[in-house]
Write a protein that binds this ligand. Structure first.
Ligand SMILES: Nc1ncnc2c1ncn2[C@@H]1O[C@H](COP(=O)(O)OP(=O)(O)OP(=O)(O)O)[C@@H](O)[C@H]1O
Ligand SMILES: [Mg+2]
Length: 335
């Protein structure tokens, strides 16, 4: 399989201009998603995962703005396209499963109408073929009576059913890039497994790239090839899932991993990440994780750490980890 790039994001900054000041929701992130790969973005609430996805789709509305950066899909910079050109790509070449399916489905149209409109708008196929594909896809993602589902309105479905409808629509387009924001949060584990299986099939069949946003580290381990850990609008660790899970370098990644049970490890004490994330307005000119970091040293005050590759393909934004040696001077309080 060739490893060409599907999506390349570089130095992306997306801010929201509020009365209190600029909220730096995405603050200079870069990553590369290759053909046939799944990149997971993880991080706590408010770290900028959804804003990253919305930026890629050109869906940042005022007071939000992409201030800087490039977003290239198959080598074409999406930030140079007009809204009409972007609309043509959105929903066909790149599709998204939103975090909240209720707000992304039209409440006054039946599921069947919305499915058919989406499919026929982007693909030149007959009405009968569209219906057949819609039924097939709904069945595949675990909705056994697709005829019934197609006649219903979004409010007549459960949250999990709506989420599956959204996923079916996104997969039916056989996109080059699928962005899935918490796609399995409202689903029970068996349905979740079925959907993850379908997503994997899509990657295989279409050689697509998947950007998977999730809180669920189990889903990351199951689905992703690479993982980007976001904290306060920045990527603080990036690498192959095995490298990051087996040898987490950033104290935040370590804390995240310690907060979930690991398969096969009995009696391990689970801990929460102490403290609160910083305000995204007036970001400190040093490591944003510093006040919560249990391994901070004096050197950690020396400016914002940049994401640096410390092992092949494994990068971290931490002064200490990048220096490769544990600091000797422990600080009681730096914040
Ligand atoms: N329209 C807006 N105006 C002002 N700030 C916003 C707006 N939309 C998002 N933000 C801010 O941007 C930051 C990142 O939000 P985002 O929705 O990307 O978080 P997230 O990582 O997806 O969190 P979650 O896991 O809860 O979905 C948050 O601090 C949020 O308050
Ligand atoms: Mg979100």
């Amino acid at each position: 399989m060739s490893c060409s790039s599907v999506l390349s994001v570089s130095n992306l900054h997306t801010y929201f201009y509020t009365r209190q000041g600029a909220v730096k929701a995405v603050n200079g992130i870069s990553f590369d998603l290759k053909t046939g790969r799944t990149l997971a973005i993880v991080g706590e609430s408010g770290s900028g995962k959804t804003v990253t996805a919305l930026s890629i789709f050109g869906l940042i509305d005022p007071p939000g703005k992409i201030v800087r950066g490039d977003i290239c899909l198959d080598g074409c910079n999406l930030l140079n396209l007009s809204q009409t050109e972007l609309r043509r790509i959105r929903g066909k070449k790149m599709t998204m499963v939103f975090q909240d399916p209720m707000t992304s489905l039209n409440p006054v149209l039946t599921i069947g109408t919305q499915f058919i409109e989406t499919l026929s708008c982007h693909a030149s196929i007959t009405g009968a073929e569209v219906k057949r594909q819609a039924r097939e896809m709904l069945k595949k993602i675990g909705l056994p009576q697709p005829e019934k589902i197609m006649k219903r309105y979004p409010f007549q479905l459960s949250g999990g059913q709506r989420q599956r409808v959204m996923i079916a629509m996104a997969l039916a387009m056989r996109p080059r890039l699928l962005v899935a924001d918490e796609p399995t949060t409202a689903l029970d584990v068996t349905v979740q497994a079925q959907i993850l299986y379908e997503m994997r099939q899509l990657i295989k069949d279409c050689r697509a790239g998947v950007l998977l946003i999730t809180h669920d580290l189990g889903v990351v381990a199951e689905m992703a090839d690479e993982v980007a850990v976001m904290y306060a609008g920045s990527i603080v660790e990036y690498g192959n899932v095995y490298d990051v899970f087996d040898n987490p370098l950033h104290p935040y990644t370590r804390a995240l991993l310690k907060s979930v049970p690991r398969p096969g490890v009995m009696g391990e004490e689970l801990t929460t990440v102490q403290g609160q994330p910083p305000s995204l307005i007036n970001m400190p000119g040093r490591c944003a994780f510093l006040p919560r970091c249990e391994q901070k040293t004096w050197g950690c005050r020396d400016g914002v750490p940049l994401l640096k590759e410390v092992e092949p393909g494994h990068a971290v934004a931490c002064h200490r980890a990048a220096a490769g040696k544990p600091g000797k001077v422990k600080l009681r309080e730096l914040a």
